[in-house]
Design a protein around this ligand. Structure first.
Ligand SMILES: [Zn+2]
Length: 231
């Protein structure tokens, strides 16, 4: 963490009613992000385009139904800041809030037609114990609420604690996440159309790994949704 980030995070822990996107003071303690950030969310609307840049990441690798991200990741911008607060500083409300907003957009869209449940990308138990929560689970909770479909958060597990994808080169990312997921017993996902959810998509390698497993082992139909996209 650089010095500026450290100071930002220190300020946030001292003043919890600062907007996690732009760090301005929010007038109401119940607000998750400020009005200005909400009005200026860099929405991609990828879900309205079948062949969008996120879907293209999976071409030639897996047959999917749909893939989309809600927001464009903006380095050193509001989205990066919100993702950072959500992943590393316990702001779970952002996950629920953005998941709910994304779900409202997806509701009644072609993108979501036929989707039967939401699966958050699981963390390895060791990482979960360190962080205390899985941010993707909170995004999935928001989506579940807006879409009114089940949340399957105990169907799959992460069996290998791979090193962070941000620490390996783009070309090595596929190998880093190969065979890192496993199926849990008593699942009822066979043949289901599942929406696999993560916070940010870069190369799509981790989502691909879980999607391939569910497709191969349980004949699932696969769609992917993330909050932020770098593509
Ligand atoms: Zn703001």
């Amino acid at each position: 963490m650089c010095r500026v980030e450290f100071i930002d995070n220190l300020i946030h822990s001292l003043y919890p009613n600062l907007c996690p996107g732009c760090h301005s003071i929010m007038p109401n303690k119940n607000m998750v992000i400020c009005t200005n950030c909400e009005l200026n969310l860099p929405v991609t609307n990828y879900y309205q385009m079948k062949d969008n840049p996120v879907a293209k990441l999976f071409w030639g690798k897996i047959i999917i139904e749909n893939a989309a991200s809600y927001l464009m990741f903006n380095k050193k911008g509001t989205v990066q800041s919100m993702m950072h607060q959500m992943k590393y500083f316990g702001n779970k409300e952002i996950g629920i809030y953005l998941g709910r907003k994304f779900g409202k957009d997806l509701f009644n869209s072609e993108f979501i037609e036929g989707v039967e449940g939401v699966i958050p990308l699981p963390l390895h138990p060791r990482r979960l114990a360190m962080r205390g929560y899985n941010q993707s689970e909170y995004i999935a909770m928001g989506l579940k609420e807006s879409l009114n479909i089940p949340l399957w958060n105990h169907a799959v597990e992460r069996v290998v604690n791979n090193i962070s994808q941000t620490k390996v080169s783009t070309s090595d990312r596929h190998d880093n996440v190969k065979d890192i997921f496993g199926l849990k017993k008593n699942h009822e996902l066979t043949g289901k159309h599942v929406l696999i959810v993560d916070d940010t998509i870069t190369t799509g390698a981790t989502l691909l790994s879980l999607g391939s497993l569910l497709q191969k082992e349980l004949n699932c139909k696969i769609s992917f949704a993330t909050i932020a996209s770098v593509v």
